[in-house]
Ligand binder design. Structure first.
Ligand code: AMP
Ligand code: MG
Length: 372
């Protein structure tokens, strides 16, 4: 299911998914206006103008942006006009100020303009009735500006999904804690926090939780009403201490998978109290890559987004990679455009614990299952 549709002010709509098509109630710009500072003229009046033989026009008034001219421009007349001011009736073009010479309430026009030149037409950006923004679109800066220019202060959008993040493991310490023998710091819940934010959802950090099934069960059940989905890390492989497996079988309907991908072979997925739970593996790279492959698209879909997958391109692999067939491999690469095509170079060691590969990489290279 998608999250419910809520109404948000434009300023609070950033990162949300538009829930309805947005149709323009009026043209943008709403009226013909000047694209330059200069003089609104009748093009016919200045047709033969040259620096040596300028056209002399009578200036009726000064027209700044934000005001409407009270005068009609007749033959031999002009209005001094600023960028954005509505074109006065009678005028059909604007002579840029640099092609003129002012002489009191007269102006010498040194160059001709053609009819319509330097005029921005009503509706040239958006026609009245045009569907400018489609439902399922992410509301970013340009969409915010467009909504404002259409007068839509409030927009219908999908609520951001709240994602409960739980890392599991007796070995886990907080970043501020002193390292002790046998312990490591919990990095996964922080990577996941950032990944959830980048998926335009709301992270709720609920861990780390020790490898204690009762404790984990309690954390899940206490938060099930507060979240739209859970993401856990660790405890889904075949080890004796893989508590996530045990608990999930108790509190939800779970399925455990061995996915033919690397990193990220062990995966769990199921429903707990009507919420999807993604049981991701514990290794720091596996958890991030699994999030990319499974959780991000699911969250975006849940929030009504139409585009749920990352863009993909074909690249030349510049680093030799030895591998066995049979699993899709997602290696961390630095991709760049060079000499007319994308190139990808491996970041270095690719172990599932080498988090630096994620720091250095800017893309995942997808090596298909059947390629050796
Ligand atoms: P697991 O799947 O629980 O057996 O974990 C696999 C590996 O990932 C082990 O080496 C763990 O120590 C490591 N690991 C698990 N959770 C985290 C975490 N939150 N942060 C960093 N490493 C972790
Ligand atoms: Mg563990």
């Amino acid at each position: 299911d998608t999250t419910e549709v809520i109404t948000r002010n434009i300023l609070e709509a950033w990162g949300h998914t538009l829930a309805e098509d947005i149709t323009a109630p009026h043209p943008v710009p709403p009226f013909d206006n000047s694209a330059m500072d200069g003089y609104a003229v009748r093009a016919a009046d200045v047709a033969g103008a040259t620096p040596g033989g300028p056209a002399r026009l009578r200036v009726l008034e000064d027209l700044p942006a934000g005001y409407v001219s009270g005068r009609e421009v007749g033959p031999g007349e002009a209005v001094r006009i600023m960028t954005g001011a509505p074109l006065p009736p009678g005028a059909d073009a604007v002579v840029p100020v640099e092609n003129t010479q002012a002489e009191g309430w007269e102006v010498l026009v040194l160059e001709p303009v053609s009819s319509g030149e330097n005029v921005r037409r009503a509706g040239e950006d958006v026609r009245e009735g045009e569907t400018v923004l489609r439902r399922g679109t992410r509301i970013g800066p340009a969409e915010m500006g467009m909504l404002a220019s259409l007068g839509r202060a409030e927009v219908p959008c999908h609520r951001k999904a709240i994602v409960g993040i739980i890392s599991t493991g007796d070995e886990l310490l907080e970043p501020g804690e002193e390292l002790r023998p046998g312990k490591i710091r919990d990095s996964n819940s922080f990577s996941l926090f950032g990944l959830v934010l980048e998926a335009d959802a709301v992270p709720l950090r609920l861990g780390p939780v020790r490898d204690d099934p009762d404790l984990l069960e309690r954390v899940i059940l206490e938060n099930v009403e507060k979240v739209d989905a859970f993401v856990t890390s660790g405890g889904v492989s075949v080890g004796d201490y893989d508590v996530v497996k045990e608990v999930l079988q108790r509190v939800g309907e779970m399925e455990f998978w061995k996915v033919a991908m690397r990193p990220g072979k062990p995966q769990a997925f199921g429903m707990v109290g009507g919420r999807p739970l993604f049981g991701l593996p514990g290794n720091p790279v596996s958890v991030m890559v699994s999030f990319e492959m499974f959780v991000r698209p699911a969250l975006l879909k849940m929030m009504g987004r139409r585009e749920i997958f990352r863009p993909t391109v074909t690249a030349v692999l510049d680093t030799p990679v030895g591998r066995k067939k049979g699993r899709t491999e997602l290696i961390r690469v630095i991709a760049e455009w060079r000499e007319g095509r994308y190139h990808a170079r491996v970041t270095g060691p690719q172990g599932s614990g080498i988090l630096k590969s994620m720091v250095l990489g800017n893309a995942l290279a997808v090596l298909p299952e059947e390629v050796g």
